[in-house]
Design a binder for this molecule. Structure first.
Ligand code: MG
Ligand code: ZN
Length: 224
């Protein structure tokens, strides 16, 4: 009787760095503390010559744990939320769209920056930061499952696969290298920056966005 009862449930997998925030926080932190040779590792990671796990792990290992306070406060203080994010969260709630943060970022800045938005903790996936040794060590509580050999670190496709395509319309929002594999699997992709270029290279359908208002507009458009 009602199409909505048989329709697939929509679920959003939303990147954090450079997506919910305007800049990539990992790059901003490393650039700020400027350890020698970081650019080459960052560029190799974006070019996929290093896996994200390897690249991000090596970047943070360049910083001593004694910088913990400075790194954490810079990471939190430097972030700016992209326009329309709060409104998009409200839109998802009103329309019963599931919303997950799937982030290649690190817990010590992801959770504090998202704190004001009331997203349940179990809906936020990210990596961990360990300051107990001499150098900052990134931990990886969400590794690739047996179906992914991309060495993601925080594996978006592993999480996406938990929501089967028969029951869910899987929507990915992202901007860069941590989103490339997920974009291949998602039913709908919202992209900016490196992710747009990648989608063009791969011939993947995608919608470009600049703010979350653009995404709300497209969701509304699809309803008509
Ligand atoms: Mg990103
Ligand atoms: Zn993976």
């Amino acid at each position: 009787m009602n199409d909505n009862q048989t329709a697939k449930k929509r679920i959003v997998f939303c990147d954090f760095d450079g997506t919910i925030t305007e800049n990539d926080n990992i790059i901003a932190i490393i650039r700020h503390f400027n350890p020698e040779g970081w650019e080459e590792i960052a560029n190799k990671t974006i070019r996929q010559e290093l896996s994200v796990r390897e690249g991000v792990g090596r970047l943070f290992r360049m910083l001593p744990s004694s910088l913990q306070q400075e790194v954490v406060s810079f990471g939190i203080g430097n972030a700016k939320i992209r326009a329309g994010f709060k409104e998009f969260l409200a839109y998802c709630r009103e329309n019963e769209i599931e919303f997950l943060v799937t982030s290649g970022g690190i817990d010590f800045f992801v959770y504090p920056i998202l704190e004001p938005f009331g997203i349940p903790h179990e809906h936020i996936y990210c990596n961990g930061g360990d300051f107990s040794g001499e150098r900052i060590e990134i931990t990886w509580p969400n590794p690739c499952d047996g179906s992914c050999d991309n060495d993601c670190g925080m594996c978006k496709t592993t999480i996406i696969r938990r929501f089967p395509a028969e029951r869910y319309e899987r929507i990915l929002i992202g901007d860069s290298v941590t989103d490339f594999e997920g974009a291949k699997l998602a039913d709908r992709v919202y992209s900016r920056s490196h992710l747009t270029v990648k989608c063009q290279e791969l011939g993947l359908p995608h919608h470009e966005y600049e703010t979350f208002f653009d995404i709300i507009g497209d969701f509304e458009h699809k309803r008509l």
